[in-house]
Structures are given as structure tokens and as C-alpha cells.
Design a binder for this molecule. Structure first.
Ligand code: HEC
Ligand code: HEC
Length: 342
């Protein structure tokens, strides 16, 4: 309990600092004012290696990297639905119930580390996980590579991108990560406002942003991703009640003080990424905002305040990645057949 109080106190201090910075900016012109905001605009992705991105896109959509031949990265990180599956927890191989909610892949390149507990240091390290996870794609890296190597068009594409005749898991994860780095969502209405278009937000939305800052949400949800930058306790002021057995960051550090610490999720596109929290227990933004206010900050929002914060959060929906659907090269007579039912 003592620890909680200390954490809460430091959050209030941070929030006060954020307000102070904002207040100081009051007298400046629009652009200088917005550079002092705790939230920064997202910049469009700079694509340096388009061939690698194209290959990564194919792999992201290719269900043949799973044992069933049915589950791709896009099954659980559906790019038509904000990069999530909109389920409490994901459905894996053989309709297995996953232990945790699927976070969005949008803007995930901005995360301090990957997964709710941060056990993968970056997107490349992360990308190898699901293929071999028995509860997700249930394959092995070797079998996935056998599939890719049996398809001459893939072999040629890997050679074109990596300049080598062999296809290995390092290349696969590198290409997927390169594609994921392009999945950023610039030009949200909030970013337009940050960049000086004062008409981009209406009064309700602005009031919601002010509440978001003044209440202290920005202590944890800040920066370009409005989160993703730190691990924080779920349940700072009041404990979080859940039936989920997931313990968060302590699973990685082995440190008991890290129990129920999770990576602060990005709030970019949060309108699209329901349901919320690591256990997916908050069905609506209204619920999530209410829980956050009470548990993280000891603040009970009125219905009206809650609606304002929600209105603000919806201005964080940015331009979704748009591209041609990849057409995947066909399997050949040598391609190991999928095993959907065992
Ligand atoms: C069966 C559903 C499922 C499949 C298939 C799947 N994922 Fe995930 N993904 C999840 C879940 C659930 C998590 C959260 C796991 C955790 O944090 O413990 C996750 C986490 C992630 C993250 C971390 C995001 C963050 O904010 O921490 C990235 C990136 C990601 N997946 C990319 C991929 C890629 C790339 C593939 C394909 C190779 C893939 N996923 C396949 C369900 C899935
Ligand atoms: C002490 C740090 C902290 C503060 C302060 C905080 N949050 Fe959070 N927020 C988190 C963490 C950690 C999670 C993930 C918790 C979980 O899944 O168990 C989260 C999750 C969320 C989510 C769900 C996102 C998702 O994709 O699941 C929303 C929405 C949210 N916060 C909004 C807010 C609002 C609004 C405030 C202010 C009232 C706020 N947060 C204050 C740390 C914080």
C-alpha cells in the first residue's frame, strides 16, 4: 500500500508539471504552444526499403506460416479493424482461448518494448514468437521455413531483398518488422490541432483533452503514441480486480514489485481497438476511462466529464494504413500441406 501511495504521489507531481508546462506556453503562438504539449504528433513512415516492406506485408498476411494454414498475423491484428481482433482474448490454433487481449500493431514501432509485459525488445524479436507459439499459430520456425522454401516466388523475393539463396527466420522476422514499421497512423484530428489547426477539435473534445491533462492521465499516456513508453502498475490507487491469471512485468523481471505492471498501451486509434485492458474486460471506452480515473488517479469522473474524455480520445484516430492487398504466391506440389484439425 505504501508503495502505491508513493507511485500515486509521483504521478500527481508529473501531472502538475505537465500542467505547468502547458500554462507557461499560454502566451506563445500556436505552433510553439503545441510543441509544449505532452502529446506529440505522429509523423508518416519513411520507407527506405520498399521491397522488404512488400515481402513483410506478404508474410504478415500469409496463413501458411501457421500449422493450420488458416491463421496469419492479420487474423489477430486485423488491419481492417485497427490492427486488433476486437475480441477479449484471441482465438489461436484449434480454437484455443488465448490468455490475453491482442494489442494493436498500429504504431507499435514506437513502443519501448513489445508485448504487455515487454518480453520482446523490438518488433523483429517479437515476430518470431507467434509462429511457434502453440496457442497461436502452433508451427515451428523450421516448418514455416520449409513452406516458404517450397515456393519459388518466395525464394526469388527473399533473394531479391536479402541477396542470398537461403531463406531463414532472421530474414522473415526482419521483413515482417519492416512492414510493421510502416503501420503508423498520422494526421488524426488531434495531430492537426497540435500542428496549429485550431478548428480541428470542437469544444467538447478540447475540454476532454484538458481533463485528460489536468487529471494526470498524461503522466503515463504521453508522447507520440500517447502511451507505449513505460511500464506502470494497473491499479495504483485502488487494486484492479480480475479473474485473469496474467501477472504482467514480473513474469519477465522475476521481481515481485513488478506484479500487475503492464506496458502502458498506446491510446492512438483507441476508438477502434476495443475491448480494453490486458484482459479485455472493459467493453467500452466509457468503462475504460471510468476505471482508469478511479484506479490510477483516485478520480471519479461525472458522466459529462467521462463523455468529454471519450470525445477527446476519439480524435486520436489517425489515417489507417492503406495499401494493395498482397497477392500471395501459390503453394507448389512440394509445399507441406496444412494441418488444420490436429
Ligand atoms: C492467435 C492470435 C495472434 C496471432 C496469430 C498473432 N498475434 Fe501478435 N499478439 C497477439 C496477442 C494476444 C498479443 C499480446 C501477447 C502478450 O502481450 O503477452 C500479441 C502481441 C503482438 C505484438 C506486440 C504489440 C504490443 O503493443 O506489445 C506485435 C507487434 C504482434 N503481436 C505482431 C504479430 C505478428 C507480426 C504476428 C505474425 C507473425 C502475430 N502478431 C500473430 C495475438 C496474435
Ligand atoms: C499510472 C499510469 C496510468 C495513468 C495515470 C493512466 N493510465 Fe491508462 N493505462 C495504464 C496502464 C498500465 C494501462 C493498461 C492496464 C491493463 O491493461 O491492465 C492503461 C490502459 C488504458 C486504456 C485502455 C487501452 C487499451 O488499449 O486497452 C485507456 C482507454 C486508458 N488507459 C485511458 C486512461 C485515462 C483516460 C487516464 C486518466 C483518467 C489514464 N488512462 C491514466 C496506465 C495509466
Amino acid at each position: 500500500m505504501k508503495r502505491n501511495v508513493i507511485v500515486a504521489a509521483s504521478i500527481f507531481a508529473l501531472a502538475t508539471l505537465a500542467n505547468h508546462v502547458f500554462a507557461e506556453a499560454g502566451g506563445y503562438g500556436a505552433s510553439e504552444e503545441t510543441t509544449k504539449e505532452p502529446i506529440k504528433p505522429i509523423e508518416p513512415a519513411k520507407i527506405t526499403n520498399p521491397a522488404m516492406v512488400e515481402l513483410g506485408k506478404k508474410l504478415f498476411f500469409d496463413p501458411r506460416l501457421s500449422k493450420s494454414g488458416f491463421i496469419s498475423c492479420n487474423s489477430c491484428h486485423n488491419l481492417s479493424m485497427g490492427g486488433t481482433d476486437n475480441l477479449k482474448s484471441s482465438i489461436g490454433h484449434n480454437w484455443q482461448q488465448g490468455p490475453i487481449n491482442s494489442p494493436t500493431v498500429l504504431n507499435s514501432s514506437m513502443n519501448v518494448a513489445q508485448f504487455w509485459d515487454g518480453r520482446a525488445k523490438d518488433l523483429k524479436e517479437q515476430a518470431g514468437g507467434p509462429i511457434a507459439n502453440p496457442g497461436e499459430m502452433a508451427f515451428t520456425h523450421e516448418l514455416a521455413l520449409d513452406v516458404l522454401r517450397s515456393i519459388p516466388q518466395y525464394v526469388a523475393e527473399f533473394k531479391n531483398v536479402f541477396g542470398s539463396d537461403k531463406v531463414d527466420i532472421d530474414q522473415v522476422t526482419k521483413a515482417i518488422a519492416a512492414f510493421e514499421e510502416t503501420l503508423v497512423t498520422p494526421n488524426s484530428r488531434f495531430d492537426k490541432w497540435l500542428k496549429g489547426d485550431k478548428k480541428a477539435l470542437n469544444e467538447t473534445e478540447l475540454a476532454g483533452y484538458k481533463l485528460f491533462k489536468d487529471s494526470g492521465c498524461v503522466a503515463c499516456h504521453n508522447g507520440p503514441a500517447v502511451g507505449g513508453a513505460s511500464f506502470q502498475k494497473m491499479g495504483v490507487v485502488e487494486p484492479y480486480k480480475t479473474t485473469s491469471k496474467v501477472e504482467g512485468r514480473s513474469a519477465v523481471t522475476g521481481n515481485d514489485a513488478d506484479r500487475f505492471n503492464f506496458k502502458v498501451p498506446t491510446l492512438r486509434n483507441v476508438e477502434l481497438t476495443y475491448p480494453y485492458f490486458h484482459d479485455g474486460e472493459a467493453a467500452t471506452l466509457k468503462q475504460a476511462v471510468d476505471t482508469m480515473g478511479r484506479l490510477q488517479l483516485g478520480k471519479k469522473f461525472t458522466d459529462e466529464e467521462n463523455a468529454k474524455v471519450v470525445a477527446f480520445l476519439k480524435t486520436l484516430t489517425g489515417e489507417q494504413p492503406s495499401f494493395m492487398m498482397p497477392i500471395l504466391p501459390p503453394s507448389t506440389d512440394k509445399t507441406p500441406p496444412p494441418k488444420p484439425f490436429n
